[in-house]
Design a protein around this ligand. Structure first.
Ligand code: CA
Length: 226
């Protein structure tokens, strides 16, 4: 899952990036509205954390322009505690949720997890795919109740596929959602990682769809769409 953070307070920006990375997300950051707007307009993010008070272009304008351009990723806005009118403007511009500053990082992370799950059509904090269970709060995946030993990258890959189970996910899409913008992307890496994950979860769950990509689905559903 790849997240964009747009926050001009350098300290808070760094705190957010660190907390998100520790939770298993890939993170790009922007420090003003113009840079943030550009990234959100051109890169595929699974969610955005957007401060409203930003230099160069304010957060409400950034969000309104994204929505007008059809960018529909979940957006969580950061507002000043006493500015209820900011929240109204933010929701009217297309925000999905908000936290007021100062906030507890755990609350922000919980709200973000809920946004990501809902965007993928899952209401519960656990996502199940046959014998696999992803606990999004603990950032852990079990198979038949036994925790899988996954590297951080393998976790990201499998968690992304579990959010999008039943879909054929292309290698390009995986690359875009598993690496940040500065990473030297090499699509062979994805293939190698798929091979390792397949060994850990069993090849019947994770199919290669020749020429199109990969599909994670419960064994009884075979090739069916979710
Ligand atoms: Ca600010």
């Amino acid at each position: 899952m790849r997240i964009l953070v747009v926050e001009d307070d350098e300290h808070l920006n760094r705190q957010l990036k660190e907390a998100l990375e520790q939770s298993g997300y890939v993170v790009d950051v922007a420090f003003d509205g113009e840079e943030g707007h550009y990234l959100g307009d051109t890169e595929p993010y699974d969610a955005v954390i957007l401060d409203l008070g930003l230099p160069a272009m304010d957060g409400v304008t950034v969000l309104r322009e994204w929505r007008a351009a059809g960018r529909d990723m979940p957006v969580l806005i950061l507002t000043a505690r006493d500015r209820w009118s900011d929240k109204v403007a933010g929701f009217d511009a297309g925000a999905d949720d908000y936290v007021a500053k100062p906030f507890h990082m755990q609350e922000l992370l919980a709200r973000l997890r809920a946004l990501l799950r809902r965007a993928a059509g899952h209401a519960s904090s656990e996502i199940t795919c046959g014998p696999l269970v992803l606990d999004t709060a603990a950032a852990r995946i079990t198979k038949d109740g036994v925790p899988l030993k996954l590297t951080p990258m393998e976790y990201r890959l499998l968690a992304y596929l579990m959010h999008h189970q039943g879909e054929v996910v292309s290698r390009t899409r995986l690359t875009e959602h598993l690496y940040d913008q500065n990473f030297d992307r090499d699509s062979n890496t994805i293939e190698v990682m798929i091979g390792r994950v397949r060994k850990k979860i069993g090849s019947e769950l994770l199919q290669t769809v020749r020429g199109l990509g990969y599909r994670l689905s419960p064994p009884e559903e075979g090739g069916g769409a979710a």
